[in-house]
Design a protein around this ligand. Sequence first.
Ligand code: XIL
Length: 281
Amino acid sequence: NDLTAEWEMKWDPTENTRGTFNFPGGDAIVAFAEANGMQVKGHALIWHQALPGWVASLSAPELRIAFEDHIRGVAGHYRGQVRAWDVVNEAIDDSGRGLRDTVFLRGLGADYVAEAFRLARQADPDAELIYNDYSAEGLGDKSDAVYDLVKGLKQRGVPIDGVGMQMHISATGYPSLANIAANMRRLGALGLKVNISEMDVRISDVSGDLTTRLQVQRQVYHDIVTVCVAEPACESVTFWGFTDAHTWVDAFFGPDDPLLFDERYYAKPAFSGVEDAYLGR
Ligand code: XIL
């Protein structure tokens, strides 16, 4: 009942040429969602990847203008059509020590994060505004840095409503359920919603035959979705694709079967694991 674009609403596809906006892919996704009684979560307004080359060549004053125009252009186009936006994606450095070194940090300064949220709120006042990141699902340096960032934004009155936990994980190693729950709770205590925003569960490193690996995967999906169902702050789970025939994981991590449906579009054990989680089983 909830749809997110993997690519089509990012900067490169929506504003490949400066000042010329195109929304064919994103509009098709919104139309599909409307036709099928689904809501849409927009992804992602400000990210250091999926940027057309021209962004990196701008002077700082020009970057500021382009940054504002992009957020206004995209969030304005989808105003009233998306329930939420991932406003800033992956802004924390992997070390967990502060903001990632990006074209936005260099050109605009650390306040670009707050500024992006303010611009998004102006452009689409009814959308829930989300900060989204990876490897910050449990407790640790990076999730502490995300927590500090969003706490600071809240304290300063910046319009932020939620935090997305990407949850690209391997079944052989992922944050403990207790730590995921604790992280959701501390973010919830700030008055923020949380969501699992890009879940996939890799199994190529799991030992045993395929049947065994699919059962391990089922359990991981079940257990993590159960955490979201149990935590009042957690409002949604998004899987980063649905069929193993089309997954970014194959290109990024190597061949795998990380999603709920197999390459022939049949539901895998992981699907019933998620179903059981929502049914409280
Ligand atoms: C990935 C998409 O899945 C790919 O199709 C695209 O080519 C690159 O981006 N974190 C994110 C997502 O926030 O936007 C990324 O999606 C995966 C990692």
